[in-house]
Each structure stands twice: as structure tokens, then as C-alpha cells.
Design a protein around this ligand. Structure first.
Ligand SMILES: Cc1ncc(C[n+]2csc(CCOP(=O)(O)OP(=O)(O)O)c2C)c(N)n1
Ligand SMILES: [Mg+2]
Length: 570
């Protein structure tokens, strides 16, 4: 940690007074030192000094129309870039609007920094404009939340927040900065400015080496192992390590969340439709970087005699279900170490060919049985058909964003990203409305890629107006609205419980022509009612090269199997 010298001092001006730096400039310097090149924001009088600092530091300012979108964009930007995302919002309602995005990042373990304004310290607890107890509100949904007490330490607190965001499993952090702390100018020599690369350590920890060897030994004996590769494989950029692990040890792999795409769709060890069978027949299940939450029925889905868990967070290992072995650290580094420790185990790996073949046979049977549903020609369009068309439309270069209820559940069973980092969903908070911020952030971070976002009609309407922000910033994406006129995923359970008449209550959205919304904002839009028209419409959207809305009318009486079984509540 050091203090900075006055800029461009020469002998001629050595005696000149130091140029004052405001808290806003110090915040921007610290953001730059952390590698943050973009902030997502909606303006307010409390935070203008940060913008001025960003101008000095060359940090891009992306101003949105709703703070929820700013927070989702920061979350999404972090996921795509691997660098902490940052949203800057004003005090009071600006901060409360951002809360859903922070909460989503919290459950998804996404490293983002929310900076929020606050009334001046000199007016503390006097009833200042937009004054709220932000830190108290944010604390339960962040890894770290605090107020910045002095201008001198504004940069130091940004560095502190970054350390906390990367501590264990990553997650969001919050800094409240009072208006006078941001506004006040100080001599640079009085400021604490941690230097890039010198205020936090590597997160690439291998954990306990004895346990690495124990897992290698377990795998030497395993006859029917499977591995579930979760989102932390992507967070840790452990794709190559995971792939080498499954290939060298010959272990069938299932993937969830951002772990999807770790293996390409045609990889012989990539399985999707037979997870339940595999978890029932396996003798060893290794769960990597995803918690035993509702998606694994709190661990009850894991039926094998030996269960191993690898996670970035010590607190996640062994939660909800006893385990036989737990390893904490960077999941990619751990997998690489296990592969290395297993290097003498070629014989054991080969002996598993029959197990792999048995699962492949089941996978093929399941895929064949489902194919007619995917090719369904019916009108109104079946959601399986839409999911099938999207899967075929996506290229090796397309990032897929899923934001909706049932329509995205269908897509989750069908759409197979071609590579890691090409799948974005909210994560375990299940937040509707993430897609607009995610899609914009994805295109901003990787302009060379195409971004295709699938929305429910309910979800799209939550944040969709910020497509106009994507237009303003030249970050076009294709929005596909799976339009069934209802909040179908909820409606399904309501009808099951209360019958049709009383089940259609509180979930009807009406028939909205979302393509006209696109026309209003000046970009490409069209409606699709015929399944054969899905592909040509998507092609036209691709060719348009602008933002596009393809409004696909879906059968409102088709529900995903998981929704019909209400598995998410079991
Ligand atoms: C912000 C938010 N509000 C409410 C819910 C509860 N919810 C889950 S799925 C769903 C229906 C979503 O409707 P739509 O986006 O149209 O998708 P569909 O299920 O109709 O395909 C709702 C309301 C949620 N997950 N997130
Ligand atoms: Mg809907």
C-alpha cells in the first residue's frame, strides 16, 4: 500500500500545490486498479463525483433506465469477464431498486460491487434527501457491506470490498458513500491508494493435499463414478482442468448452471438426460462447485454410497447431506491436482468403459423418445419446438441468456451451449428480469459474440424497456419472447391445486404484441405463430444486426415436466 505522487511534477512546478482529488476520483482510481473498465449506473446527485472520476480514469459509464438492470448487468459482466462487476446507484430508491440484482448475485456467487450514495455525513440522521439505512438493508444479501467514513480512505475501502468479494465462494459487496465524502477534495498525498496487484492474494488454492490423494484413491477403486460440474467450474475458469479430469479418468459428466458447456455437446462423456439414472446407479458421485440446494433436492438426489464434494466455500461442504470427502478451494486447481495424483490409474479408467456405454445407451433412448416432441408441428407452437429451434440456431459464438419461467425450463432441457461461458441463467434465486441486464453486459464484454436471450412474456416485461439502453450503447442482442400470455410456471401449480377456474387467477398477462415494442424503439421485431417460421424469423433477426424482438406465440396449455411435478418445491 502506498500513496500516490502528484501527477507530472517537474522541477518548474515542484512548488505548485497538489491537485486536489475528490472521493469520486479516488473511487474511480481504485476501480481502475481492480481492473474494472465499466460501471452500470443510473444517475443521482449523490454520486456525480464518481462519474467525473471515471472520465479521468477512462472507465466506461453505462447509464440504464432502472437500477435493477444496472445490478444485473454488473452481475452478468462479472460472469462473462471474470472481473468484479460494478454498479453505481444513488441513495434511497436508487439503492433499493438495485437490491434484486444484488440478491441474485448473492445466491449466484457472482462478484459484484454495488456503490450507493448516501446523505452527507454532516447531515447524518437529520432526515436528508433519500436517506435510508442502506448498510443494514444490504448486509444480509452481501458478503460485506459498510459505509465509507472518510475521503482519504475511499480507495482503500474499494480494495477492501474487492478482497471480501473474492473471499471463499465469490459474491456481491456493498459500499455506501456519503455525499460529502465523495465531494470533498483532498491532497493526493493524504489518500490511501492500494496499488494494483498488491492488496489481495491468489484465490487458486488447492486445499488439503492429503484429500486430493484420497479422492484419487477413491477414483482408483470406483467402478461407476459420475461427476456433476456446476457453475464454479466456470467461475474458476476450470474448464480445461475439468475436461482433462473426466477424459483421463473416464468419468461421465453432467453439468448445471454456468457449468453448462464445460464439455461440448458431442463429447462422449457429456450427458444431459439421464442424471437421475446415473445418480441412482453410481458408486461415487463427485459434486463440483454447486451446492446441495433445491436443484439436488438438498442432497437427496445423490444416492451413491460415496459422495464427494468440491467447492470454493468451506461453509457449503457437507451442508444438507453428509459427505464422504470434501475439498475446499479453486475447483479447477483441485480437479487438476486430482488428475495428476491419479496419473497411474489408467487401468481403472479403462475398466469404466462399460459404465459409460450403459449410460450412453440410456441417453440415446431418452433422446430418441423425446425427439417427436421437439419436432412438434402443432399450432399454437409447443415450447419444446421453440427450444429445439433455438438450440439449432445457436452457433459456437452465441451466448445464450435464459430469463423466464416455464419456457426457460423447457430450454434448459434442450439447449446445449457449445462452449463454456455461453450459458447465462439467474442461478438459484430464480430472478425474473435478469435477461435484459445480462444480455447487454454480455454483448458489451464480448462484442464479437452474438447474444441470444430467451424471455418469458412475464419476464421480458419486467425489465425490457432497458433494451433501449442496449441500442444507445450499440450492444445489440436478439430477444426471443416465448409468449403464452400467462405466468405459466406458476399457473400450472395453481390449476393443479385449485382447478382451471380458480387457477387462472393473478397470472394472466394478456396478449401483448412485443414486436411493436421493438418498432416503437426503432429496431427489428416480428411475431411468429407457425413453428416453421421460427427459424427464418431468427435468421432475419440475426441479419438485422440491431436489437431484435422475436415474439413467438406459444401454447399456454403446455407445461414442462419439472413444472408439472412441481419439483422445485420438493
Ligand atoms: C422477480 C420474480 N417474481 C416472481 C417470480 C415467480 N415466478 C416464477 S416463474 C413465474 C412465471 C414467469 O412467467 P413468464 O416469464 O411469462 O414465463 P412462463 O412461465 O409463462 O413461460 C413467476 C411469476 C420470480 N421467480 N421472480
Ligand atoms: Mg409466460
Amino acid at each position: 500500500m502506498t500513496t500516490i505522487a502528484a501527477p507530472n511534477q517537474s522541477s518548474a512546478d515542484a512548488a505548485a500545490p497538489e491537485k486536489k482529488l475528490t472521493g469520486g476520483h479516488l473511487v474511480a482510481k481504485a476501480l481502475k486498479n481492480e481492473g474494472i473498465d465499466t460501471i452500470f449506473t443510473l444517475c443521482g446527485g449523490h454520486i456525480i463525483d464518481i462519474y467525473d472520476g471515471c472520465l479521468d480514469e477512462g472507465i466506461k459509464i453505462v447509464d440504464v433506465r432502472h437500477e435493477q438492470v444496472a445490478a444485473h448487468a454488473a452481475d452478468g459482466y462479472a460472469r462473462i469477464t471474470g472481473t468484479m462487476g460494478c454498479a453505481v446507484v444513488t441513495a434511497g430508491p436508487g439503492t433499493t431498486n438495485a437490491i434484486t440484482g444484488v440478491a441474485n448475485a448473492f445466491r449466484a456467487e457472482s462478484p459484484m460491487l454495488l456503490i450507493g450514495g448516501q446523505a452527507a455525513l454532516s447531515q447524518h440522521r437529520m432526515g436528508g434527501l433519500q436517506d435510508l439505512p442502506h448498510v443494514d438493508i444490504l448486509r444480509p444479501i452481501t458478503k460485506f457491506a459498510t459505509s465509507v467514513p472518510t475521503t482519504e480512505r475511499a480507495a482503500d475501502f474499494v480494495a477492501m470490498a474487492a478482497r471480501e468479494a473474492y473471499n471463499g465462494a465469490f459474491g456481491p459487496v456493498y459500499l455506501e458513500i456519503p455525499r460529502d465524502v465523495l465531494d470533498r477534495g483532498i491532497d493526493p498525498s493524504a489518500a490511501v491508494i492500494p496499488q494494483p496487484g498488491r492488496y489481495r492474494a491468489s484465490t487458486r488454492s488447492v486445499g488439503d493435499p492429503n484429500d486430493v490423494q484420497r479422492l484419487a484413491d477413491i477414483l482408483e477403486r470406483a467402478q461407476r463414478p459420475v461427476v456433476l460440474l456446476g457453475q464454479q467450474v466456470w467461475t474458476c475458469r476450470g474448464t480445461d482442468a475439468a475436461r482433462e479430469f473426466v477424459e483421463r479418468l473416464n468419468v461421465p459428466a453432467y453439468m448445471n448452471g454456468a457449468g453448462r458447456g464445460t464439455l461440448p455437446p458431442d463429447h462422449p462423456l457429456n450427458f444431459q438426460l439421464t442424471r437421475r439414472d446415473a445418480f441412482e446407479a453410481a458408486d461415487v458421485i463427485i459434486v463440483v462447485g454447486t451446492p446441495f440446494d433445491f436443484r439436488l433436492r438438498y442432497g437427496k438426489s445423490l444416492k451413491a454410497p460415496t459422495v464427494v464434494q468440491i467447492d470454493m466455500s468451506y461453509a457449503t461442504i457437507g451442508r444438507n447431506r453428509d459427505i464422504d470427502l470434501g475439498l475446499v478451494g479453486d475447483v479447477g486447481v483441485i480437479l487438476a491436482a486430482v488428475t495428476q495424483a491419479s496419473s497411474a490409474n489408467g487401468g481403472a479408467a479403462k475398466a469404466r468403459n462399460a459404465w459409460v456405454a450403459q449410460l450412453r445407451e440410456k441417453e440415446n433412448v431418452a433422446a430418441q423418445a423425446r425427439l417427436p416432441k421437439l419436432l412438434n408441428d402443432a399450432t399454437p407452437i409447443h415450447p419444446y419446438r421453440l427450444a429445439y429451434e433455438i438450440d439449432r440456431f445457436l452457433t459456437d459464438n452465441s451466448i445464450f441468456v435464459g430469463d423466464g419461467g416455464d419456457v426457460v425450463t423447457f430450454a434448459g432441457n434442450v439447449v446445449r451451449p457449445k462452449a463454456p461461458g455461453l450459458w447465462m441463467d439467474p442461478g438459484p434465486l430464480g430472478t425474473l428480469g435478469v435477461g435484459t441486464g445480462f444480455a447487454m453486459a454480455a454483448k458489451l464484454a464480448q462484442p464479437q459474440r452474438e447474444v441470444v436471450a430467451l424471455f418469458g412474456d412475464g419476464s421480458f416485461a419486467m425489465t425490457g424497456f432497458d433494451m433501449q439502453t442496449a441500442v444507445r450503447f450499440g450492444t445489440p442482442y436478439i430477444a426471443i419472447v416465448g409468449n403464452n400470455s400467462y405466468m405459466n410456471q406458476i399457473r400450472c401449480g395453481q390449476i393443479q391445486k385449485y382447478g382451471k377456474e380458480r387457477g387462472d387467477v393473478g397470472n394472466y398477462l394478456g396478449d401483448v404484441d412485443f414486436e411493436k415494442f421493438a418498432h416503437m424503439l426503432g429496431f427489428y421485431g416480428e411475431a411468429v405463430r407457425d413453428p416453421k417460421e421460427i427459424r427464418p424469423a431468427l435468421e432475419r433477426a440475426r441479419e438485422a444486426g440491431t436489437c431484435a424482438v422475436i415474439n413467438v406465440w406459444l401454447d399456454p396449455d403446455a407445461y414442462a415436466p419439472g413444472t408439472e411435478n412441481q419439483t422445485m418445491y420438493k
